[in-house]
Ligand binder design. Structure first.
Ligand code: NAD
Ligand code: UFG
Length: 340
């Protein structure tokens, strides 16, 4: 009997990497995804790579009937909840969708889990819940003050989870606050391919590297950082996936709710990322320096000490690994997931 784990949003960028790792470590992931920002191609690729069939339910976390059926048909022991919307800019234009998906969508999921006596939960949160003035390295007890509806919706779900855990001590919950996940699986078969123009640095750089876009736009060169460009704590998506497996094991012995930062603990500037990517792809990447992007902070990075001590997790992949794997994925899949 393998241990079944519900993975909501499992067809997405991070979910597909966690799915791969769950299978590698002997779990059976059951995927629930409404495919609003993904397709089932990554699942088929993972099935090919691992030789394991992956149970998939196309459905929405907000649909209680779907959840009821899923928990009746599968003996789920824990949920890793990634399903949600993630664009900061879109959340400013469409706050209702963000509150509905990210905050309200978490509630029926917990309700149905509670009815079925499944009370182990791992939640995908984000460093965006910290205020713009948080001091780096950022610890989990830094004040929260999200600057967008996206960040608010993630924090509201965290708050609801805290109240759920306090109301019923049988719940065991790990809230994982991701810093900047990048890169791809070493196979080059799964990775990130945002729809339209990428908002984030790494996918944008990847598309410049393949020639899809003419130059990298560097937002701000006058920050108080060593080279004047913004600094972030980039984290390999496979290290991030490993952290979820550590959190699953941590839940076995845990009680109540705990929040963990997931980052490497060191920052890289935009120019350092471009340099590392040039080495990975083997050619120069044109760039243009533009004004700062509104709402961006100069620099932040995590204090991942709590995850190291309690989850027994530490990021092992460095910036060269992140850029090599991002390029391996992008150069083999320049148009993202296309049916083969
Ligand atoms: P993604 O868009 O690639 O994956 C999210 C998946 O959830 C998609 O497959 C989408 O179809 C699905 N989904 C969305 N709403 C749904 C709903 N109502 N019901 C069922 N499925 C739904 O995003 P990702 O980068 O893999 O992010 C996963 C999670 O990690 C999100 O919760 C996001 O907030 C969080 N996170 C991401 C980052 C990042 O930089 N990528 C950083 C911090 C936190
Ligand atoms: N940047 C550029 N050019 C680009 C894109 C970004 O110079 O085309 C710069 C930004 O100004 C920033 C750095 O690259 O200095 C990183 O920007 P990203 O957009 O890649 O990442 P952010 O740190 O702004 O935000 C991301 C997600 C958030 C999440 C946060 C922490 O977009 O949702 O990481 O996890 F909350």
């Amino acid at each position: 009997m393998t241990r079944k784990v519900l993975l909501t949003g499992g067809c997405g960028y991070i979910g597909s990497h966690i799915c791969m790792e769950l299978i590698k470590q002997g779990f059976t992931p059951v995927i629930l995804d409404n495919l609003c920002n993904s397709s089932t191609i990554p699942l088929r690729r993972i099935e090919q790579l691992t030789g394991q069939p992956i149970p998939f339910i196309e459905g929405d976390i907000r649909n209680e009937a779907t959840l009821e059926r899923l928990f009746s048909e599968h003996a789920i022991e824990a949920t890793i909840h990634l399903a949600g919307l993630k664009s900061v800019a879109e959340s400013v234009a469409k706050p209702i969708s963000y509150y509905q998906n990210n905050f309200a969508g978490t509630l029926p999921l917990c309700e149905v889990m509670q009815r079925h006596g499944v009370k182990r939960f791992i939640y995908s949160s984000s460093a965006t819940v910290y205020g713009l003035t948080a001091q780096s390295p950022i610890r989990e007890d830094a004040p929260t003050a999200p600057a967008s509806p996206y960040g608010q919706s993630k924090l509201m779900a965290e708050i609801a989870l805290r109240d759920i855990a306090h109301a019923d001590p049988q719940w065991k919950i790990a809230i994982l606050r991701y810093f900047n996940p990048v890169g791809a699986h070493a196979s080059g078969q799964i990775g990130e391919h945002p729809n339209g123009v990428p908002n984030n640095l790494m996918p944008y750089v990847s598309q410049v590297a393949t020639g899809r876009r003419p130059f990298i736009q560097v937002f701000g060169s006058d920050y108080p950082t060593p080279d004047g460009t913004g600094v972030r704590d980039y984290l390999h998506v496979c290290d991030l996936a490993d952290a979820h497996l550590c959190a699953l094991r941590w839940l076995d012995g845990a009680q109540g709710i705990r929040t963990f930062n997931l980052g490497t603990g060191r920052g890289y500037s935009v120019l350092e990322i471009i340099d590392a990517y040039e080495k990975a792809c083997g050619h120069p990447l044109p760039r243009q320096f533009l004004d700062r992007r509104p709402g961006d902070v100069a620099s932040y990075h995590a204090d991942p000490g709590l995850a190291v001590d309690e989850l027994r997790w530490r990021a092992t992949r460095d910036i060269e690994d992140m850029c090599r794997d991002a390029w391996n994925w992008q150069s083999h899949n320049p148009n993202g997931y296309v049916e083969s």
